[in-house]
Design a binder for this molecule. Structure first.
Ligand SMILES: Nc1ncnc2c1ncn2[C@@H]1O[C@H](COP(=O)(O)OP(=O)(O)OP(=O)(O)O)[C@@H](O)[C@H]1O
Ligand SMILES: [Mg+2]
Length: 365
């Protein structure tokens, strides 16, 4: 799908802006602090109703204003035109309309507009804790099949309720200290978690197996050399089964008032050239890997859905050496791309359109 038109009112440093996009590559060029990322953020907000910078909606509203409006006209590959409009308020209660119809549930927006975003913050996929990588995998699962969103929420809900129950019965030191009713209730939670959590682990493992060769290819395209990339998603609980793992950790869970095993605790280990990426890879290698993760996901979603999401690359060229920057531009996936840069694009880049951004004003070129 492509975004044809974007309109902002009181969004971040934009009082009012209107931008027409081409189906190909649009470069957003401007000095630091002018509004390039803000524009990319507004666009992708309509896909997820979240900022890719992980900030609350309140922050997105222009200082001194009460509401912001983001509006985009999107065209699907079958020719369908969709108008998405979001009114952001400081209370966080957003009003979203799709073709002038009020959106009832946020998840009804899934698939209306698809974006793949790479931003400097994605370094956290490599450098950050396991939660970052779980979120990456789980977001990708939802991106390839909207129904996964239901299962993801279900796993989350069961873990939260099991934890709440563990706390409620009060840090028992031993499973034998539980009453018959307490044991039964915990058994029920374990059974539910074993079932849904087990399926979620299977889904993640399947995804990791699909992604590994795609990430390797994306990485090698960028690095222009053969580079073994390895992924290991092998939580101990998957080896013995979640039901058995939960039984084995029950005493510890009771002591800590917390579910200590399951998909909500997993990690995805990644290595480059046989060395752990988090601790051994250079900054540029980590950045390349983070970018390769996004590009591979983009390809997977494109293959699964039959058409590419809008690819948004925020500040992707900083920290890539000139060869890798050129390789990225050469291997750019098909579809609509929006790329921001403060230093301009290498001469090897030939964007279809360049937009200059200065102090919240967009000028066509
Ligand atoms: N809610 C807001 N209201 C008004 N201005 C804001 C708001 N949020 C951010 N800004 C301003 O928007 C400006 C542009 O931010 P943005 O992140 O888009 O810059 P950029 O062009 O991507 O710069 P860089 O090249 O440094 O990444 C910042 O100077 C910031 O102060
Ligand atoms: Mg920026």
């Amino acid at each position: 799908m492509i975004v044809e038109h974007l309109e902002l009112t009181n969004f971040r440093n934009y009082a009012a802006a209107e931008v027409h996009f081409t189906p190909g590559t649009t470069a957003l060029i401007g000095a630091n602090g002018q509004g390039k990322t803000n524009l990319a953020e507004a666009l992708t907000f309509l896909a997820t109703l979240e900022s890719f910078r992980g900030v609350p909606v309140d922050v997105l509203i222009r200082n001194g204003e009460d509401t912001a409006i983001v509006r985009a006209q999107v065209r699907h590959p079958d020719g369908r035109e969709v108008l998405i409009e979001a009114e952001l308020t400081r209370t966080g209660r957003n009003r979203v309309q799709v073709n002038k119809q009020r959106l009832v549930r946020a998840r009804d927006l899934l698939g209306v507009m698809r974006t793949t975003v790479f931003s400097p913050g994605d370094l956290a996929l490599i450098q950050g804790g396991p939660g970052e990588r779980r979120r990456f995998l789980d977001d990708a699962l939802v991106a390839v099949a909207a129904r996964n969103d239901t299962m993801r929420r279900e796993v989350d809900r069961i873990v939260r309720q099991r934890n709440a129950f563990l706390k409620q019965i009060g840090w028992k030191t031993n499973p034998s200290a539980l009453s018959g009713d307490e044991t039964l209730t915990l058994d029920v939670w374990d059974e539910k978690l074993a079932e849904v959590g087990g399926q979620w682990g299977d889904a993640r493992a399947h995804l990791v197996a699909q992604l590994q060769p795609m990430v390797t290819r994306a990485y090698e395209d960028l690095a222009t050399q053969v580079t073994p990339i390895d992924f290991v998603y092998e939580p101990e609980w998957r080896r013995i089964g979640l039901a058995r793992a939960l039984a084995a950790s029950r005493a510890e869970d009771l002591r800590r008032g917390l579910t200590t095993t399951g998909p909500h605790r997993d990690d995805l280990e990644m290595s480059v050239n046989g060395l752990p990426a988090r601790t051994h890879a250079s900054q540029g290698e980590q950045r390349t890997l983070a970018l390769a993760l996004r590009l591979a996901t983009h390809r997977l979603v494109t293959d699964t859905m039959g058409s590419p999401p809008v690819l948004v690359l925020d500040d992707v060229l900083s920290e890539l050496d000139p060869d890798r920057a050129t390789a990225l531009l050469t291997h750019m996936p098909k579809g609509q791309v929006i790329i921001t840069s403060a230093s301009g694009l290498p001469t090897t880049a030939h964007p279809d359109r360049i937009l200059h951004i200065a102090a919240g004003t967009v000028t066509n070129n």
